[in-house]
Ligand binder design. Sequence first.
Ligand code: G3H
Ligand code: ZN
Length: 284
Amino acid sequence: MPLVSGKEILQAAKKGGYAVGAFNVNNMEIIQAIVEAAEEERSPVLLQASQGAIKYAGLDYIVALVRVAAGKVSVPVALNLDHGTSFDQAMKCLRGGFTAVMLDGSHYPFDENVALVKKVVAVAHAVGVSVEGELGRIGGTEDDISVDAKDAYMTLPEEAKKFADLTEVDALAVAIGTAHGVYHGEPKLDFERLSAIRKIVDCALVLHGASGVPDEAIKRAVKIGVQKINIDTEIRQAFTNGIKKVMAEKPNEFDPRKLLGPSKEAMKEVVKSKMRLFGSSQKA
Ligand code: G3H
Ligand code: ZN
């Protein structure tokens, strides 16, 4: 079916008490793996492209590939700009056919972040596209940071409410202890902070850096009220491990399809298991 707005998917998730995976895409095999997994699980899904993905594949290629993939299935699929950094780029994505955009102004002072996101919301909402903002910094490990500094780094509940009210975002990425990339040690999520935010903020909440977070922690975050969960690293790992496995077993293999086929199946399995974990399976 045609791409749907991120808002439609996230509102249904909030109502139904589950979260939807937002999986990063870079090429055809990754897109096929995610969309086929969604169809087989009967799950709504968000595909998302980062700055790096747009630079690597090209915005037009990403939109075209995702549209074709979504057109072959009967579950809701949205295409999101992940960690968008500028107004201009968000506009290019709107024009290109994205149905959700994230404007990550978390590195700016609060007021600048609000002003930038508000500008994007005004245009995006006019054409039915949802917007995600970010407050707090989702970075590396928090181990060396003192409690005060850590507090300043993580999302403050009162600020989150103010941000959501002022910008009218559809989704808000919160910093509660997760980090992008591979974890060195077990991540410790601040569930009290998440509950405090959930109590006073109405829009969908987003968990970034969810690869490598233990299943029990994910379940708890979903129960408290996260609606969108971002996964990139675990897909990359499945992709490259699949290629490494074929190369180890058949060092003389030179057919790209024989290298990438098993990777696609491995990514599919990762995506399906996340959909079951997030509670989005059978919700489409
Ligand atoms: O925006 C993308 C995600 O936050 C990626 O997180 O590196 O844990 O997969 P990840
Ligand atoms: Zn992220």
